[in-house]
Design a protein around this ligand. Structure first.
Ligand code: ZN
Length: 474
């Protein structure tokens, strides 16, 4: 019996599980959950469910599995590929993990924290800091994204260079399976070679194999010193050379290397309140570079000064500003984390989140820029990102005099042009935002038949009735 046959009965059974007031059915209540940050997807859903425990989620999924009712899990609703938004059918239930927001345990000596799925990333960072430790996952949406979503999408961000992406921060998981069983894999071991590492399957699965309800995460010692600089550069080639120089000097002490073109500085100054041009005169490219030291503030400052001095000597950089206070360092980072937001007032944007072998990043930017301006003359290339790990957000903003819809209609041609360059350089078409619905068709063109077949068989093994986030990824 499908949901369409018995909505009232199903809704009352769901209310019996989570409580009447946690089944939202009015349009006003549901609306914030049914649209996403880019405004690309608007979903419909009979109800938004707000369970308060893993046991309630298990009961919901058991019922959904029995009745063949599709369920879409959602964390902070900050995903960028439509994975957390119900489709237009009006059949898919939305399950929000926001009420699972307890930090269950923190062990500074062991370097672990146990957090429920709905804990907001920033709160997790703060809890770690209060215990004198560092949780290094850091990204623009950290004030609203939730750790369950971060894990389900294997989020990247600005700390990947030094600490890896979310996958490398997860030691154990608690997951509710589509059949309603609960898997307690909340182990905090660094070494555990006991056969298949099942947690890895749920990380980056975008809620298609199970709903992550809690995780054991790795904490790191807090750096004793940090130094941040904004550097003015002539080209991505020079940025790459400076990156190598910085890494040679600092090793794992180089904790961020973010690249951005001049146009983003202009957008920042225009749209971000309080943002100032970081350097006295304009430069074609900029890098935000961060060094961390486990020893002292002076040690971090020596690393940044040494790198910049060598860069100047080798003619790699034109100008640089080292943050002179914690305040200024935070201001630099505030600018970096605002880069997605400040593109919005500039009109429509066609986006690509790609991964490129590090050495080929400058080549990619040159070739892809040329390719997209051939598709849409006048389109403004906004290519920026985590240069240190080869992840470029290659966006194209419409020109102000262009019609929004006409510009967006060229997206398929634009994508094709960019992904052709990505393929030629042996990169990936999805670096850190995932597949969702946005790149589902694209996935079939970049994965081999064997890979796709194995993925389908895994999905079938976990979710035989295809009720959990159906149509995402596969
Ligand atoms: Zn990013």
């Amino acid at each position: 019996m499908g949901f369409a046959d018995a909505p009232e009965d199903l809704l009352s059974r769901l209310a019996a599980i989570v409580g009447e007031r946690h089944v939202l059915t009015s349009d006003a209540d549901k609306d914030p959950y049914l649209k996403e940050p880019r405004d690309l997807y608007h979903g419909r859903s009979p109800a938004v469910l707000r369970p308060g425990s893993s046991a309630e989620i298990a009961d919901i999924l058991r019922l959904a599995n029995e009745t063949g009712t599709p369920v879409v899990p959602q964390g902070g609703n900050t995903g960028l590929v439509g994975g957390q938004t119900p489709d237009a059918s009006g059949r898919e239930l939305l399950l929000s993990t926001e009420r699972l927001d307890a930090i269950r345990a923190i062990d500074a000596a062991g370097g672990t924290i146990v957090a429920e799925a709905g804990v907001v990333l920033e709160r997790l960072q703060e809890a770690a800091a209060e215990a004198g430790m560092l949780f290094p996952l850091s990204l623009g949406a950290q004030g609203s994204c939730r750790i369950g979503g971060n894990i389900s999408t294997n989020a990247g961000g600005t700390g990947v260079l030094a600490y890896g992406n979310t996958r490398s921060l997860v030691l154990g998981l608690e997951v509710v399976l589509p059949t309603g069983e609960i898997w307690d894999g909340l182990r905090g071991l660094l070494k555990d070679n006991t056969g298949y590492d099942l947690k890895q399957l749920f990380i980056g699965a975008e809620g298609t194999l199970g709903i992550i309800t809690a995780a054991v995460l790795k904490l790191f010692p807090r750096p004793r010193g940090q130094a941040v600089a904004f550097v003015g550069l002539a080209s991505p080639e020079d940025a790459l050379k400076l990156f190598r120089l910085a890494r040679d000097q600092a090793g794992s002490g180089l904790t961020a290397f973010e690249l951005m073109p001049r146009i983003l500085i202009e957008m920042l100054v225009k749209h971000l309140p309080g943002a100032r041009d970081p350097l006295a005169s304009p430069h074609p490219w900029y890098a935000l570079v961060e060094f961390s030291s486990g020893r002292s503030e002076a040690d971090a400052t020596a690393l940044v000064e040494g790198t910049l001095a060598d860069g100047l000597e080798q003619d790699l950089l034109a100008d640089a500003a080292i943050a002179s206070s914690l305040d200024q360092a935070q201001q630099f980072w505030r600018m970096r984390h605002a880069l997605s937001e400040i593109q919005k007032p500039e009109g429509a944007s066609i986006k690509h989140d790609v991964s490129i072998p590090l050495d080929a990043v400058p080549d990619f930017i040159a070739r892809a820029s040329e390719a997209v301006t051939r598709v849409v003359p006048g389109g403004r290339v906004v290519g920026f990102g985590h240069m240190g790990d080869g992840n470029i957000h290659f966006n194209i903003s419409q020109s102000p005099d262009m019609d929004r819809q006409k510009f967006l209609a060229r997206a398929p041609d634009m994508h094709e042009a960019v992904y052709e360059v990505v393929a030629a350089l042996r990169g990936s078409v999805a670096a850190e935002h995932g597949i969702g619905r946005y790149k589902r068709e694209l996935l079939t063109t970049v994965k081999s038949e064997i890979e796709l077949d194995l993925m389908r068989r895994i999905k079938q093994a976990f979710d035989p009735n295809n009720i959990l986030n159906p149509g995402r990824i596969l």
